[in-house]
Every structure is written in structure tokens, then in C-alpha cells.
Design a protein around this ligand. Structure first.
Ligand code: GDP
Length: 464
């Protein structure tokens, strides 16, 4: 129940202020997605639109919210989400995209809510806290490492190295290295850097599964031994050898970095939004889309309780009640294409959803834009009128873009991705780099968006 929930949370949240009532419910909303999926923009715009609710008609609780305000967050050791500076970047005089998520951060938004229903007149105002937890989706991929030994992990890494961009350089480096030589820090460092460079090139080529997650997004542990390891070929790994030390560090990574993240942040989430940049993957081509599909399936296994016994024991009886899958940056498309984008997202995640089952969690797929950077415009081309969008490029030019039509049948798109066919959606997607538009907001309005209110309704509506 809310009461019991609120009570346990208050006791858990050791840093919470004493004046806070024991019975104020807390909703923990997790926001994740791979790097550049749009987490930072999503949270910034969501918070701005929850503070000023003029553009949130689909949020049913909206009419009952009497006040919304930011509070110091209860967890003293978690960095605060830099809401004010991100908002200033997006809505200031020279609007630009903020720096994206690189580690866990958190923000508390509190609501004073007028109770609805039969008891409306008899009950006083309630306070509901929303704790938003921002964390890189890459970190969820590390779940897959927890049950793998160093050897298993390294063998799988080598199998991928031979097929991915940048892999050859690391393979050459690893082959020049004798795994049984005595451990030497500069050698370990060079290997870890070489492996990280390969993960970056794989990522830049559009591959999504680039674990270990902290190699790309190290957070505050950058440079520590637990992040300074790399796969080596099979060897005898005698005591004191490089190979032995790599194995030890891999285990430390799991124990000291992965496990605490799941325990301290993931295990307590009530509602989750998973942001997916489906459009960029479609643009990057079939291999990238297929890789995104597999990666999302891997990420979503984290939401399948019972899969990993160590995770089940961390989570206890707690479960995520609702999961929203949101395809971001829908403002790159005319609204006539949005339903197709949502359908593709749904199809992309179907297998993952079936596999994960989510133990009764409600799920939904939406096409959204957290911050709408475009307006719709028709382009006439001879007889035909193309439904396009218009926006400002980073160099200041104002352009109209017709990125082509998304396929009507998502199953066909995905199966051609699986077969690696290269013949769809060529061309114009590559200039999809609109800057945020200068805004003149009316009082009471948050920044413009597409379906952010629907997202908020699904995630929070029943609790406000
Ligand atoms: P994060 O790495 O998941 O935190 O991603 P960000 O929130 O930093 O977003 C990455 C980039 O995606 C931004 O710099 C923008 O270029 C783009 N982006 C994110 N959200 C939107 C949106 O709603 N509309 C548009 N047009 N672009 C967006």
C-alpha cells in the first residue's frame, strides 16, 4: 500500500528531512536508455512541464495538482540532476542541447495534490514526491556479465572483435601481449585503453551492445583498477601474471561496481521509462537496427525478476509496476508518421517483452519528443505535397526536411534488418540534427513537446 510504501521508503532514505511526514508516498521513476537516446532532454522537459503544466492536458492528475516544487533530494551521496543548467541550455537566449547523461543522478519533485473522488471534500491536501533517477542504459548491460566468468566474457569479446569496426587494432594488441607475463600496470593500462577505443568505434559505427558499460561511461570510477582490465586470450595464467590480474579486476568490477549500482539504484525503482533512439538506428542501417533490437532485449532482462538469483535477492519483493518504451525525437517526423514509429518501436521490443514478461508490469510504447525542435511544413514537389518538418540546424540555417516514409509494416522492416538488407530508408535522415528553437513561453506553459503528457500520464497518472 502507499502508506506502508511511504513508511519503508522514509526509513530507507536516511538523508530525508525529519519534518517530512512518514506517510508521504514516494514514486521512484527510473529514466534510462542508451547514450544519446535523450534521457537528459527528457528529464529536463518533463520536470519543466510538471512545474508548469499548461502543455500537459493528457495528464489526468494535472487538474488536482495544486503546486509542484523542486526539493533537495533525499539521497545525500547521489549527484543531483543538473536541472537548472540543462533547462538554461535548452530554453536560454542561445538554445542548445545540454551535455548528456554520463552517470547516475537524481532529482526530487514534490506535488501538493487535492484528492479526487468521493472523499475529495473531506480529505486535506496530500503530498506526493517524485524521485527521478537518471542512469545510463549501458550499465544495465552489465547484468549479463554477472553470471559470466572472465574466461567466458573474454571469449565472447574476441568473437565480436573480429567482426566489428576497430576490433582489428585491439586484436593485434592482444596478440602481441603475452598473457602470462608478470602483471605490469602500463601494459594493463594500454590494453584497457585499446579495448575502450574499440568499444567507442563500435559504438560510433552504430553498435549498441558495448559492454562493460563503464568503459564507455565510467562515472566517477574512471581510472580505478576495477575499470582497468581487458580480454586476453586463454592462457595458463600463473600467479602474479597479467592474465591473473585481469581476471581479478573483472571480478572486482562485478562485485564493486555492477552489484552496488543494482542494489542502490535499480532495485528501488517503481516506474521506468526506457528511451530508444529508433530513428537513428533506422538511419544507421540494418546492422545497427538489428543490434539495437538485441541490445534492448539484453537490457530488458534486468526487468525480469527471477532471472538472476543475486538480483532477485537484492530486489526482494519490490517490482517495477509500469514500463514505458518511448521512441524519442519524433519531432524529426511529420505527425502522420508517428503511429508507424510507435509500431516499429513496439515490434522492435516485442521479443524482448515476450522474453522478459515483466512479471505483470504494465507496458506501453509511444513515439515522443521531449523537446520539440521543429514545426510541420508541406514541401511541394511538382504535383505531390510531401509532409515535412522545418527546423534550425546548428549553423543557424533554417531547413525543411522530408526524411522519407517509414515502412508501414514493422515486421518487414525488422526481418529485412535481420537479413542485413541495405536497401531501405536511404538519404535525408543524416541531416537530422536540429537545434532547439528559441522559445517565448507563456506563463504556465512548459517547453513544447510531443506526447510528453501521455508519457507522464502512463507513468504517474494513477498516483497523482
Ligand atoms: P542522453 O545521452 O540519453 O542523456 O541523451 P540527451 O538527452 O543528451 O540527448 C542526446 C541528443 O539527442 C541531444 O543532444 C539532441 O541532439 C537529441 N535529442 C534529444 N531529445 C530530443 C528531442 O526531443 N527532439 C530532438 N529534435 N532532438 C532530441
Amino acid at each position: 500500500s502507499d502508506l506502508a510504501d511511504g513508511l519503508t521508503r522514509r526509513i530507507e532514505g536516511l538523508g530525508s528531512s525529519v519534518s517530512e511526514s512518514l506517510f508521504e508516498p514516494v514514486i521512484r521513476l527510473g529514466v534510462t536508455g542508451l547514450s544519446r537516446a535523450g534521457k537528459t532532454v527528457f528529464i529536463t522537459s518533463l520536470v519543466a512541464n510538471l512545474l508548469d503544466r499548461g502543455r500537459m492536458p493528457a495528464l489526468t492528475g494535472q487538474s488536482r495538482i495544486r503546486a509542484a516544487f523542486l526539493q533537495p533530494q533525499p539521497d545525500d551521496t547521489v549527484p543531483r540532476f543538473a536541472y537548472e543548467s540543462h533547462l538554461a541550455a535548452l530554453t536560454g537566449p542561445d538554445p542548445h542541447w545540454p551535455e548528456g547523461t554520463g552517470a547516475v543522478s537524481q532529482l526530487r519533485l514534490s506535488f501538493r495534490v487535492q484528492p479526487g473522488g468521493l472523499l475529495a471534500g473531506m480529505r486535506g491536501m496530500r503530498t506526493v514526491h517524485l524521485d527521478i533517477v537518471d542512469y545510463p542504459g549501458e550499465w544495465l548491460l552489465d547484468l549479463g556479465l554477472m553470471e559470466k566468468s572472465y574466461r567466458q566474457w573474454a571469449d565472447e569479446a574476441f568473437a565480436r572483435l573480429s567482426t566489428r569496426p576497430g576490433g582489428a587494432d585491439y586484436l593485434a594488441l592482444a596478440r602481441q601481449t603475452d598473457p602470462d607475463q608478470r602483471h605490469d600496470e602500463p601494459v594493463a593500462d594500454r590494453l584497457a585503453q585499446g579495448f575502450t577505443a574499440y568499444l567507442h568505434s563500435a559504438k560510433d559505427a552504430g553498435f549498441s551492445d558495448c559492454s562493460p558499460g563503464r568503459f564507455l561511461l565510467p562515472g566517477e570510477k574512471a581510472g580505478s583498477p576495477a575499470l582497468t582490465f581487458a580480454p586476453l586470450p586463454p592462457s595458463a595464467s600463473p600467479r602474479g601474471s597479467l592474465a591473473r590480474e585481469m581476471e581479478r579486476r573483472y571480478d572486482a568490477y562485478k562485485r564493486e561496481i555492477v552489484r552496488p549500482f543494482f542494489r542502490d539504484h535499480f532495485a528501488r525503482i517503481d516506474r521506468q521509462v526506457v528511451l530508444v533512439d529508433v530513428l537513428s538506428a533506422i538511419h544507421a542501417g540494418p546492422a545497427a537496427l538489428e543490434d539495437l533490437r538485441q541490445t534492448m532485449a539484453d537490457i530488458l532482462t534486468a526487468f525480469r525478476p527471477g532471472r538472476a538469483s543475486w538480483l532477485t535477492s537484492l530486489i526482494g519483493g519490490h517490482r517495477v509496476e509500469r514500463i514505458l518504451f518511448a521512441a524519442t525525437k519524433a519531432d524529426h517526423l511529420h505527425h502522420s508518421q508517428h503511429a508507424r514509429l510507435a509500431n516499429i518501436t513496439q515490434a522492435l521490443l516485442r521479443e524482448a517483452r515476450d522474453r522478459a514478461d515483466f512479471a505483470g508490469a504494465e507496458t506501453q510504447a509511444l513515439a515522443i519528443a521531449a523537446l520539440r525542435a521543429t514545426t510541420e511544413a508541406d514541401i511541394s514537389q511538382g504535383e505531390t505535397v510531401l509532409p515535412a518538418v522545418r527546423g534550425r540546424l546548428p549553423d543557424g540555417r533554417n531547413v525543411a526536411l522530408y526524411p522519407g516514409e517509414l515502412p508501414d509494416d514493422p515486421a518487414q522492416l525488422l526481418s529485412s534488418a535481420r537479413r542485413g538488407r541495405e536497401d531501405w530508408l536511404a538519404g535525408d535522415y543524416s541531416i537530422m540534427d536540429f537545434a532547439p528553437a528559441p522559445l517565448a513561453l507563456r506563463p504556465g506553459d512548459g517547453p513544447p513537446h510531443i506526447r510528453l503528457d501521455r508519457a507522464a500520464e502512463f507513468l504517474l497518472g494513477d498516483r497523482l
